[in-house]
Design a protein around this ligand. Structure first.
Ligand SMILES: [Zn+2]
Length: 259
């Protein structure tokens, strides 16, 4: 039995309604995996920076302790020189030891300067480390939120998606084969995934080009399938879309998920 144009379009509109909901679900989930990935990358690079700074701090600490040992060694020498100076036999010996004391004091000053520099640097590194650690903590919080959001959406949309797909299969069987093929072809070419649109407000609901009154009448008459002259989408009356939505009674879970 040959279907009337009205019947053909009605099933096609139902198909478009289901597909639009499916699109909304996929779009909703669409951004989250990327956001999660981005955050993971940011955290990884912050971790690398933290490790880098920490190893600089550790290097400086090692340096400081070996410098302190050197200072101690020189101080021990100074004590020894002091004792020796008490027991010198002549002026020449006294002057030689005085020279040694001068050198040891200069060494101590130089080591202490290096210690001060390294300690100051570590102070700066520690401040930087805190900044990066705080940043990392806040990114980790964001990540946890996004991961939970994604998990929740996947959990909540999985069931919905399956149901919509099974509804879609049932509708697709009813749709005229040739019409189904052109529907799929148009849909593939459209960025918004819409192949069937309404002529509400005398314009194509897909590309918003003006539809002449004559064509709007033809759309209403349902004697043949009318397409938009500008974008090629199949045009139908808004009433038909509303009826299909009412008949399918799909609960738009994406709106709840946005809230
Ligand atoms: Zn159009």
């Amino acid at each position: 039995m040959e279907l009337s144009i009205k019947e053909k379009l009605e099933s096609l509109v139902e198909l478009q309604v289901v597909d639009s909901y499916l699109n909304k679900i996929i779009q909703l989930r669409g951004n989250l995996p990327f956001e999660v990935q981005d955050l993971e990358d940011v955290i990884l690079s912050l971790d690398l920076k933290i490790q880098e700074i920490q190893s600089k701090i550790d290097g400086n600490k090692k340096n400081i302790s070996s410098l302190k040992i050197s200072v101690k060694e020189q101080e021990d020498l100074l004590k020894k020189y002091d004792e020796q100076q008490m027991q010198v036999k002549n002026n020449r010996e006294f002057e030689a030891i005085t020279k040694e004391i001068e050198i040891a004091n200069l060494e101590i000053q130089a080591f202490k300067r290096k210690i001060t520099i390294a300690e100051k640097q570590n102070g700066e590194f520690k401040e930087l480390l805190e900044v990066y650690q705080e940043k990392k903590q806040s990114k980790e919080k964001d990540l946890e939120i996004k991961q939970n959001e994604l998990k929740e959406i996947i959990a909540r949309t999985e069931k919905e998606e399956k149901e919509l797909n099974s509804v879609k299969e049932k509708i697709a069987i009813k749709v005229d084969k040739r019409l189904l093929n052109s529907y799929e072809r148009i849909k593939r070419n459209m960025r918004n995934g819409l192949a069937v649109v309404s002529t509400e407000r005398e314009a194509c609901g897909g590309c918003f080009a003006v539809v002449p009154p004559q064509r709007i009448n033809e759309v209403k008459q349902l004697k043949k399938i009318i397409v938009c002259e500008n974008c090629g989408r199949i045009l139908v009356d808004q009433e038909m879309i509303d009826k299909a939505k009412e008949k399918l009674a799909i609960q738009d879970i994406t709106e709840q998920l946005y809230a």
